[in-house]
Design a protein around this ligand. Structure first.
Ligand code: G6P
Length: 608
């Protein structure tokens, strides 16, 4: 949610800032802007809409200088217009600020600063920071930022430049991620690692409450109490190519195709077949896996859907009662959990504000907390007691795909590991499940290599105003996920429903030609989907059925059938979601939608 970049070095800053913003655009794309220092002046360029508008502006009105900051915005306070675009300047226009987060007390600060004579030009909460810093500035930028932040409530990842100081710029964070990059040609700042990858893999994560001063060849960090601290840099294993499209027209399609590898990456170093075993001791001590009376899975969006699917595994394989909660609801609910309930926060980014808050609340109540996360070193992994990583590499498409199957894989392993630790799962059963898991990457590969007519189905449904996704048991969360994908990127209203509930409401919506996506893949309840399909057909609906080799009879009445290779029921969701992702993708493409940057959404939601 909003992307920040910064650079100080011996190269022209503008190109580096724009390239960084391009790699962060998934965080917001309502407007973009940069501020570059030239002599004693701050040159500001801002434009509404996606990055190409800013690039055009820079062609027309270039800026020069080797120190600058940039921002790509997801609007919270104030509409997406040029005045509200970042960077924001103070009255004298010699301090520029870019900010991700929300300054909650901005109304009172703005009033106070206005009374002191400060003139505001935007409706944003961020602009108060520029004026506050100006009011404290006496030549030491870090000190002025510290004093200003002492007055600000809320969350921030921010970068500040002063026209009077060409040797440094300042960054600070509270509840919004920031990463420093140490390169040969300078020092970099970004909200997320992909923006740094073309320049360096040597990074330092800024932590909550910390302030950093970035110079050409050094950084200085202070902790929340203003004490200087040193922190060793880390070398990350992701490389720049991982954050490129690699010949695919969209990141989303590339990431769908990557799933054959990312699922394998997530399980391969953690399982053995002879004898069958799951090795997650590094992520969760056996003692905890044995002792917890209950598991509570918490997440938002797609991550929440991964939790809903995984519940079946915890109950079936580990015989552990399992609750699944939407993080934004969980954090305000007063429900009683058994003592020692294992709270599992699921988050691709590791920065989602609601999931973070839910985990912090759980930790405060002394529940053991495990993070299932894709981004190394992200806030959730630092806050949690334990972390189970998914190894999916950077996910750039706003609509999550490979992170979802990575989460499913990690949660499946966790359920097996808990079953193994508690003795609820026998050797042969464990072997069977691990063997089935080992077949998933090849099954996805096989499926993606052949044509299943999904593009043609997408053409057929692209004019629909509404769609219904039906599934039972573990396929119900997949129905939710399929519907979410269609909503997110193709802007078609869609609902996921437990198939058995259809006759208690949604059936009233079915009319001629309405697409109904029926998940009738192999499972013990596969046959029950037959009557749902009949009921939809009887009312003129258009059925798109997903089934498994050998299941064609069940879906005989469907208008379109997508057939999947056979996989064991337990692991089949890892494959079944792929056609749902593709259907949403091709429908969005058919409608001419911007697949990787759908309207109003952001990949990383760092505000409540
Ligand atoms: C946003 C994204 C979704 C994602 C959700 C949770 O809404 O658009 O794709 O599922 O946040 O994100 P997380 O990083 O916590 O998994």
């Amino acid at each position: 949610m909003c992307g920040i970049v910064g650079y100080i070095g011996d190269q022209e800053a503008a190109g580096i800032l724009v390239e960084g913003l391009r790699r962060l655009e998934y965080r917001g794309y309502d407007s973009a802007g940069i501020a570059v220092l030239n002599g004693g002046d701050i040159q500001l360029r801002r434009s509404v809409g996606k990055l190409p508008a800013l690039i055009d502006l820079l062609k027309e009105k270039p800026v020069h200088g080797t120190l600058g900051v940039g921002h790509t915005r997801w609007a919270t306070h104030g509409s997406p217009c040029e005045e509200n675009a970042h960077p924001h300047l103070c009255c004298k226009e010699n301090i520029a600020v870019v900010h991700n987060g929300i300054i909650e007390n901005y109304v009172e600060l703005r009033k106070e600063l206005s009374e002191q004579g400060h003139r505001f030009k935007s409706q944003t909460d961020t602009e108060v920071l520029a004026h506050l810093i100006e009011s404290f500035y006496t030549g030491d930028l870090a000190a002025a930022v510290r004093q200003a932040l002492g007055r600000a409530q809320g969350s921030y990842g921010l970068a500040v430049v002063s026209a009077e100081d060409r040797e440094r710029f300042i960054a600070a964070r509270k509840d919004s991620p920031l990463v420093l990059g140490l390169g040969e040609r300078g020092t970099y700042l970004a909200s997320d690692v992909p923006a740094l990858l073309p320049y360096t893999r040597e990074i330092i994560y800024l932590q909550d409450g910390e302030i950093a001063e970035l110079r050409r060849d050094a950084v200085q960090l202070w902790d929340a109490h203003g004490q200087p601290i040193t922190r060793n840099s880390e070398i990350i294993s992701w490389d720049a190519a991982m954050a490129e499209k690699a010949g695919f027209p969209h990141f989303m399609l590339k990431e769908i195709h990557e799933q054959r590898a990312t699922i394998a990456n997530t399980f391969k170093s953690r399982v053995s077949l002879e004898p069958p075993a799951v090795h997650l001791e590094d992520s969760l001590p056996v003692k905890i896996a044995q002792a917890v009376p209950r598991v509570c899975l918490v997440g938002c969006g797609t991550s929440y859907h991964a939790g809903l699917a995984a519940r079946h595994w915890f109950e079936e394989l580990a015989h552990i009662p399992c609750d699944v909660e939407i993080a934004s609801e969980y954090r305000y609910r007063r429900f009683s959990k058994d003592r020692n309930t294992l709270v599992v926060g699921i988050s691709q980014s590791g920065e989602t504000a609601d999931t973070l808050a839910a985990l912090r609340e759980s930790k405060a109540q002394r529940f053991p907390v495990l993070a299932v996360c894709n981004v190394l070193g992200s806030t959730i992994t630092r806050d949690a007691d334990h972390t189970l990583y998914t190894y999916c590499g950077p996910e750039i498409g706003v609509a999550s795909t490979k992170a979802f199957t990575g989460q499913l894989t990690a949660l499946f392993l966790l359920a097996l590991y808990m079953g193994q630790s508690r003795g609820t799962i026998g050797r042969s059963q464990l072997y069977r499940h691990l063997k089935a898991l080992s077949h998933v990457p090849a099954a996805i590969h096989h499926f993606l290599e052949s044509d299943h007519g999904i593009e043609a189905i997408a053409q057929d449904i692209q004019g629909a105003s509404s769609a219904l996704y039906l599934g039972r048991q573990i396929n119900f969360p997949l129905a939710l996920e399929g519907a979410l994908k269609l909503k997110e990127i193709a802007y078609i209203h869609a609902e996921g429903y437990p198939a058995g509930e259809m006759k208690h409401g949604p059936i009233a919506l079915i009319e001629k030609g309405m697409p109904v996506i029926a998940l009738a893949v192999n499972s013990r309840v596969q046959e029950k989907m037959r009557s749902n399909i009949e009921e939809v057909k009887a009312r003129g609906g258009k059925v798109i059925a997903l089934t498994t080799e050998g299941g064609l009879d069940t879906v005989r009445k469907a208008d379109h059938v997508i057939t999947l290779p056979f996989l064991n029921e337990e692991v089949s969701p890892l494959l079944s979601v792929v056609p749902l992702q593709l259907l949403a993708y091709y429908t969005a493409v058919a409608k001419g939608c911007d697949v990787d940057q759908p309207r109003n959404l952001a990949k990383s939601v760092t505000v409540e």
